[in-house]
Design a protein around this ligand. Sequence first.
Ligand SMILES: [Zn+2]
Length: 417
Amino acid sequence: MPRFRFHDQLDELLRPDLRGRAFDWRSAENATAKHAIEALGVPHTEVGRLLVDGRVAGLGHVLREADELDVFPADASRPTPDGRPPRFLADAHLGGLARRLRLFGFDTELARDAPDRLLALLADVDERIVLSRDRELLKHRRVARGRYVRARSTDEQLREVLGHYGLRGSLRPFTRCLECNAPLRRADRAEVSDRLPPRVAAEQREFTLCTGCRRVYWPGSHWQRLRSLVDSLCDTSRDALPAQAPTPQSPMSTPDPPARDHPPQLGRLYDDFVVGDRYAHWPGRTVIEADNSWFTLLTMNTHPLHFDAAWSATQEFGKPLVNSLLTLAIVTGMSVRETSQRAIANLGWEQVRLTAPVFVGDTLYAHSVVIAARRSRSRPGQGIVSVRTTGTNQHGTPVIEFERSFLVACRSAGAGD
Ligand SMILES: [Zn+2]
């Protein structure tokens, strides 16, 4: 009977006993790959490349007894044809997520209770990505792009979708109506005063107006709660989102503070590191083919998997793999500004683990956690800091993890800015 292997994040959609291994699966006579894959719980929207006996095949492939199928996840972060942020259709169970996505400026329709075929049609005509906790909807043939949302809490769902679709750089908070999804525009007080409570009319100066339902927004207490959510998502010290995401064109932003001079950021001294602190590194870095070929050949690594695309096409992954020492070098480099920029010496790496393959075209992101800091016994005025750094790809899948230690001067011993 046909043999299946699901790769990377597709695994988590399978029954637990089928994960992490190849397995045989009997399907109906003349079933297509789409039928069988979906019967196993993986909607076709999750599937990217399909290999049958090592050759690229389509989901319409009719299964044969001895077929060996390798199923890879769809590349979710590819840009839309017109270069604009993707648009979404969230199923009726994801109302909280729809409002969150609107809060960050993403055009997100919320599906009311409608039959799957109508929702699929709407998504198709409007070129929307379907976000759903209902696999049956995603299995519909007319749904071209979609994701089965794994997370259960609204905030986790938001992080999942932003990470999966590579939207970290496209946040535009407070530009879209939370209730009806229409764009907001600035409004002056005279235009909206007849719809404001007297106290708001007296106290507030900045208003935005929904161009759809005409709802008026102003920076009230509810807005302050949303602002802190926006800040927490834009704040990389707590998650893998960028520290320097573009400043949103927010119609509700408070006036710019007076300009202040900042000296050049020189990096951290020993005293600045606190065990448990987490630093996100930004920006990410896309690995291109030349990076991989040159790095491999510069370092006299003879494995053709890194520079022979034709041969690599015949191997397990069907394409070249990025040299893992290049991944180590890039992710280490990405971490320097927040960690070892002022180090006296790099002391070494430990526990380097490669947790998922990296391919040409993947974008690496990274973050580090301080795991130890102690004064040097032999070198007064210096300390040793250890960090655990994790590199992820554009889907948020960890691809490398390592611990690194470096020697750095203590501010209290006279080093300073
Ligand atoms: Zn509205």
